[in-house]
Design a binder for this molecule. Structure first.
Ligand SMILES: [Fe+2]
Length: 167
């Protein structure tokens, strides 16, 4: 293993880093909401981050784990995870079609935050420890693929500049 490979984050560490960033956006939202502040920008940023994270997991991470694991318990956790992702995406779509009704947007966002927190907890306490044991899965190669996909998604979304300021 090269020095570079040893210091770079592997796929699980990268996903957990994303989880922490999203959680800090949730905290910011709750803080602004409590102070009757403007929650619009933080919800827009968080929804964009969640969509990117969803794509990385459902296009790259979950299929790679499924291929490497011949394990019914892992498959069932992956099915559950994909259902949770669908639920969150549907809620994001509803939020985005709410228009100018801030109260309703905030209500949807609070539900999204609760779903995501539960999902992150399940991933980090159940799925990820099982994935960590899959010796045939190259978590460094997976991290490289996810980083590349993430960079492309950010530029496709025209989101790079806004992201610099808020994340
Ligand atoms: Fe997930």
């Amino acid at each position: 293993m090269t020095d570079k490979a040893r210091t770079a984050l592997d796929a699980l560490e990268l996903l957990m880093q994303d989880h922490r960033e999203i959680e800090s956006l949730f905290s910011e939202f709750h803080h602004l909401q409590g102070r009757r502040g403007e929650t619009g920008p933080v919800t827009v940023t968080a929804c964009a981050e969640l969509k990117i994270h969803d794509t990385l997991e459902t296009e790259i991470f979950y299929p790679a784990v499924s291929d490497a694991a011949d394990d019914a318990a892992i498959e069932s956790l992956l099915d559950e995870a994909e259902r949770e992702h669908d639920t969150v995406l549907e809620l994001i779509e509803k939020l985005e079609h709410t228009g100018a009704d801030h109260k309703q947007r905030d209500a949807y966002f609070a539900i999204i935050a609760e779903h995501v927190k539960q999902h992150v907890l399940a991933e980090e306490t159940e799925l990820f420890p099982m994935v960590r044991k899959l010796k045939q899965l190259d978590l460094d190669a997976l991290a490289a693929a996810m980083k590349e996909r993430k960079a492309r998604l950010i530029s496709d979304m025209g989101y790079a500049e806004a992201r610099e300021e808020t994340v």
